[in-house]
Design a protein around this ligand. Structure first.
Ligand SMILES: NC(=O)C1=CN([C@@H]2O[C@H](COP(=O)(O)OP(=O)(O)OC[C@H]3O[C@@H](n4cnc5c(N)ncnc54)[C@H](OP(=O)(O)O)[C@@H]3O)[C@@H](O)[C@H]2O)C=CC1
Ligand SMILES: O=C(O)[C@@H]1CCC=N1
Length: 292
């Protein structure tokens, strides 16, 4: 059991409650991982959103987490939680954080998963120097295979930073990085699963167009991606070396890679990652405007 789960089970529940402020896909991915890995009990987790009661009902019935039906209930959950996870879209963050600031006490830890939003902007919107962990997880956290980048504000104590690490280590790999690297990390691992799914969609479509059944195209593609990632983990080899082992001179793989190369594959992937990082910065800057 992790350090946090010990804290969570030994401490009184209102001392160590975690509230997810924003109850969408990313919040659900983390909650599912925390519950599956028994890092937190459902009763210690609460989730609130802006308007969708149907969504909260689903989360309550699926995971057993606490939800609030009205504004007063939401405020109570926010006030009583030791850890608040900000998980709304960047465009909704300005208004939400301005309203949140006056409800906070100084020892409540803020964990943000919001793309692009800097620690300075979070503290400025809250109107106080709250301890903040800025993170960038991904949706694979829901099955314990997430990859999360974390940067801490100076106000986060050693004990609190250990709690944050425990939460995200329970749902996958964690990299503690300088905050200025968060946008490029978003371009790799935050949004990265979507690039892989996009590639898989294309491979499945090509397989079907070539005559495979949809089931075979899907299972062969999935196993290929799983096997390739596992090969990198288990051998520790560079991907270039593993690729070369498949690529016979003048063979079928070489023929395929030449098509990728002619279409500018590497430059396209790099440009997509750079654009993702740039978009992350743009979204953060747009929230910052809510300060003025
Ligand atoms: N999806 C992903 O793969 C990743 C997402 N992120 C980050 O996670 C955050 C959430 O993304 P995602 O889960 O995809 O978004 P979703 O649209 O799925 O969920 C957003 C949630 O925020 C709620 N919300 C909006 N405004 C408020 C408010 N004022 N008060 C309380 N709740 C509010 C919404 O409630 P309602 O529906 O009622 O309006 C909804 O529950 C984003 O900032 C994103 O950058 C980070 C890493 C990966
Ligand atoms: O697309 C987005 O804005 C979020 C950030 C990382 C993954 N999804």
């Amino acid at each position: 059991m992790s350090e946090l789960s010990n804290h969570l089970s030994e401490a009184s529940s209102d001392q160590y409650n975690i509230c997810f402020y924003g109850a969408g896909s990313m919040a659900e991915a983390i909650v599912r991982g925390l519950i599956n890995k028994e890092v937190a009990k459902p009763g210690q987790i609460s989730m609130i959103n802006r308007s969708s009661q149907e969504r909260l009902d689903f989360l309550h019935s699926t995971y057993g987490v606490r939800v609030a039906a009205n504004a007063q209930g939401k405020e109570e959950l926010l006030r009583e939680s030791s850890i608040l996870v900000l998980a709304m879209k960047p465009k909704d963050a300005g208004e939400a954080l301005k309203a949140l600031g006056p409800l906070l006490s100084e020892d409540q830890l803020i964990i943000s998963v919001i793309a692009g939003l800097s620690i300075n902007t979070i503290q400025a919107l809250l109107g106080r120097k709250q301890p903040v962990a800025r993170t960038m997880p991904n949706t694979s956290s829901s099955i314990g295979l997430g990859a999360t980048g974390i940067a801490f504000s100076p106000e986060v104590s050693e004990e609190r930073s250990q709690q944050v690490l425990s939460i995200f280590e329970a749902v996958g790999l964690v990299s503690v990085i300088p905050e200025e690297q968060m946008d490029i990390l978003t371009g790799i691992s935050g949004s990265g699963p979507a690039y892989i799914y996009y590639m898989m969609e294309a491979m499945i479509a090509a397989g079907i167009e070539g005559g495979l059944s949809p089931e075979h195209a899907r299972e062969l593609t999935v196993q290929t991606v799983l096997g390739a990632a596992s090969m990198m983990i288990q051998t520790g080899d560079d991907p270039a070396l593993l690729r070369k082992a498949i690529t016979s001179p003048n063979g079928s793989t070489q023929a395929a890679l030449e098509v990728f190369e002619a279409a500018g594959f590497t430059d396209t992937v790099k440009a997509a990652v750079r654009r993702c990082a740039e978009r992350s910065r743009e979204m953060g800057a747009a929230v910052e405007e809510a300060l003025s």
